[in-house]
Ligand binder design. Structure first.
Ligand code: ADP
Ligand code: ZN
Length: 751
């Protein structure tokens, strides 16, 4: 008897075994099947066929249930994808079902994808040329002027008169003629026009005339050559190029070569950087060969892009955020990970908690494709790999067109406050710099990494601070909507006018983008000011609209969170201001300095991208922090060396690999028992590599109490064996009666 292992989109078991009933032809791995599960039927994906008399089929042949139906004639998931899923499930400690749920657009699995059809209108076949229509014209002229008008519009749009007749989309016809569908229906009923349904693609078509790419500068040429020689030696390349050195031009050049060799390219960018600025630039050079895969696309659109790739090994470049690693490439030649340092490449929730850069490396290796990582501020881990010879390091230290890197000035907030040379949160020197730039018709970006008006409010009399009822955090005050919002769970209430416990007045504490916007409009009343953060970019195209407006110079000052740091290119930005840089370094996370450096260097990189040298003003209470010195000198290597020492001293990556276990329960005492038990067991197995139970800074989210345990494993030890031991203990603790209902989530290589 033959059996198959089927992946079901569940987090319980890895695969489920079913029997192939007599008479059913054997499916292939990657095909969808309908199977019974309990009393339901469910769609799954064939993972493996166990031939007759194999161990798997013999052991399990008792009481196996039958596959109900095979749904595909061709696999919808390629063998290369299945092995990648296997790797992900093993590495990130989850089930194949969880990987599948992340990997496939939902409709692809459910099979409830429907093709989009449009109604097209053409001339009824009885009329072969326009002259035959004369009697119709005459009749309509007398009795039905509306129908005549519609018919005339149709003849115009359909090209009947100029000898190239083609059907016209019904929607277009109605829109342009301004007549109703009822009028159209009458013409169809009279057999003058006829309608047909045709399947159309949802994928935006970039079928435009293509232009040749820009010729590369000598520096870019050298970089491209070094990258190619790295690829020839089978190396992953890290392109470390300062902001505006033209990394994108180098990518374009390499992509062109791949396409000319008939290969496919995956081009990964952080989600927020997937703007029309970039798509337009690529569309110009690659035209139809460009595909875009985007979370803002509907599931249907994503199914079409997926199927398109599945069906053909034609050369293509797919621009995508992290989920592009799940696409079915048949002919992959190159993967580019742009802004490789960006934390958004890591999926936090739900499982699989994967890092797209790591997955891209595995994916490319299996396909024998090359990998290029690019950034102005490499992740410490990546630079370490380049320093130790695992990757090939390629540097571009000059900006395009001989521009200088921005000049960075620090403003000492202690001194400014002491001398009372502040207006609210703007130091006097910054105010004058902004005024000067505005007077010269320049644009300014103000960076403040906190949205809302004030991170929290507190009562002036009794000190009461409103907190979230589901989470252990204070609520953020949003002035525009006069509400208090939890940034962890989204809980929202109207802000009470006065303190509910004593009736006292509120004082707001800390600064968010909204407050900066208010202060800026008072300080610079003549300037056009806009704000870009999660609150102002919730609608589908609002992010894009803000970027376009700023690029058109309809906005003078753009205030924003880290959203403004990502890969944008504006011509007239001469000044970037960071109002409170210290806050970024105060979190206890071992990556906080790295993050702060990357964010500041990236946001600084928005200044002075054309014309004269840009300027960055950073306000800080501790301007002598060495991080600022490295930043002022744009000395990434110096910063890296200092960080690496700390990483080694405090036993962090790249010297150790981390696993963080998050333990969750609604019931505090069960959580506590489970966390202690797990910690004790891991301590017995791993000794000092186990952190013990950690109370996280926010220890209750959405009514779940939280604890974490961190494990560090030496980089040269067997990570797989360590993970296997961890998971045994996790399973044991979860099965203990007094820990029932405990959720334990492993996060491998946490960010
Ligand atoms: P990066 O990706 O390194 O930040 P970009 O590739 O965006 O830099 O380049 C910055 C600007 O310089 C862009 O406007 C780009 O069009 C221009 N540029 C860079 N290299 C060239 C080139 N070889 N020819 C023409 N323009 C270039
Ligand atoms: Zn909350």
């Amino acid at each position: 008897m033959m059996t198959v292992n089927v992946i079901l989109p569940l987090a319980i078991a890895d695969t489920y075994t079913y029997r192939i009933p007599d008479g059913m032809s054997c499916p292939e791995p990657g095909m969808r099947v309908l199977v019974p599960l309990g009393r339901k039927t469910i769609t799954g994906l064939v993972y493996r066929i166990n031939p007759e008399n194999s161990d798997a089929s013999v052991i399990q042949n008792i009481r196996l249930r039958d596959i109900i139906e095979v749904l595909d004639e061709q696999p919808i998931v390629l063998p290369s994808q299945l092995s990648l899923w296997r790797w992900m499930a093993d590495y990130y400690l989850c089930t194949l079902g969880e990987v599948m749920a992340a990997a496939l657009p939902a409709r692809l699995l459910d099979n409830d994808y429907t093709a989009r059809t449009e109604v097209y209108i053409s001339l009824d076949p009885q009329y072969t040329d326009a002259e035959q229509l004369q009697p119709v014209f005459d009749a309509l002229q007398r009795r039905a002027p509306k129908q005549l008008r519609l018919l005339e519009y149709f003849l115009d749009l359909s090209g009947v008169f100029d000898g190239t007749p083609h059907p016209v989309e019904q929607r277009q016809l109605i829109e342009q003629s301004g007549e109703s569908t009822a009028v159209l229906r009458t013409l169809i009923e009279k057999h003058i026009l006829c309608a047909s349904h045709e399947v159309v693609s949802r994928i935006p078509s970039y079928d435009t005339d293509v232009e040749p790419a820009h010729p590369l500068t000598p520096q870019q040429q050298r970089a491209a050559k070094e990258i190619q020689s790295g690829f020839a030696d089978g190396k992953v390349c890290l392109l470390h190029g300062v902001t505006s050195s033209g990394k994108t031009e180098v990518y374009i050049h390499l992509i062109r070569q791949m396409l000319d060799q008939g290969k496919q390219v995956l081009y990964l960018v952080p989600e927020i950087a997937l703007t029309t600025q970039l798509t337009d630039r690529l569309k110009k050079v690659f035209g139809k060969q460009l595909g875009v895969y985007h979370s803002r696309f509907s599931d249907m659109e994503r199914v079409e892009i997926y199927r398109d790739l599945l069906g053909s090994p034609e050369p293509k470049v797919l621009l995508s955020a992290r989920s592009g690693v799940f696409l079915p490439f048949r002919n992959l030649g190159l993967v580019i990970v742009d802004e490789e340092h960006d934390p958004s490449y890591k999926q936090q929730d739900p499982s699989p908690r994967y890092h797209a850069r790591s997955v891209a490396l595995i994916m490319a290796k299996a396909a024998e494709a090359s990998v290029l990582l690019g950034t102005a501020t490499p992740a410490i881990e990546s630079y370490y790999n380049a320093q130790t010879g695992k990757y090939r390091l390629v540097e571009m230290s000059e900006r395009y067109a001989g521009l200088s890197l921005p000049r960075i000035t620090l403003v000492d907030l202690k001194r400014q406050y002491h001398r009372k040379e502040m207006y609210e949160h703007f130091a006097d020197p910054l105010v004058s710099r902004i005024r000067e730039q505005l007077a010269q018709g320049k644009q300014i970006i103000i960076f403040q990494n906190r949205r809302g008006y004030a991170p929290y409010i507190s009562c002036r009399k009794c000190g009461y601070v409103p907190k979230c009822c589901n989470c252990d955090v204070s609520l953020t005050y949003h002035k525009r909507t006069n509400s208090l919002i939890c940034h962890y769970c989204g809980y929202t209430v109207d802000a009470p006018a006065t303190c509910p416990s004593c009736g006292g007045e509120w004082r707001d504490i800390g600064i968010g983008t909204e407050k900066i916007e208010d202060e800026a409009s008072t300080l610079f009343p003549e300037a056009r000011i806009a704000r870009m953060d999660m609150d102002t970019t919730r609608n589908k195209n609002s992010h894009q609209r803000l970027i376009n407006a700023f690029a058109r110079h309809d906005i003078d000052i753009l205030i924003g969170t880290q959203m403004v740091t990502k890969g944008l290119h504006f011509n007239d930005v001469s000044l970037v201001a960071v109002l409170n840089a210290d806050s970024m370094m105060q979190s206890p996370d071992f990556r906080s300095s790295e993050r702060a450096f990357q964010m500041l260097e990236q946001v600084a990189g928005r200044a002075g991208r054309t014309g004269s040298q840009g300027e960055v003003v950073i306000q800080s209470f501790s301007p002598d922090n060495p991080l600022y010195i490295y930043l002022q000198q744009h000395d990434y290597a110096g910063f890296y060396a200092a960080q690496l020492k700390e990483r080694q001293a405090f036993r962090f990556p790249p010297f150790y690999r981390l696993i963080v276990l998050t333990i969750k329960h609604r019931d505090f005492s069960r959580l506590d028992t489970a966390a202690r038990e797990l910690s004790e067991r891991l301590h017995a197995a791993f000794g000092a590599r186990c952190s013990g139970v950690i109370i996280p800074p926010v220890s209750r989210v959405q009514n779940m109490h939280l604890r974490t345990i961190r494990l560090r494993i030496e980089a040269d030890a067997s990570f797989a064996r360590a993970k296997a031991i961890v998971m045994q203990h996790v399973a044991y603790v979860q099965s203990m009666p007094n820990c029932r209902g405990t959720i334990i989530q492993p996060d491998v290589d946490p960010m």
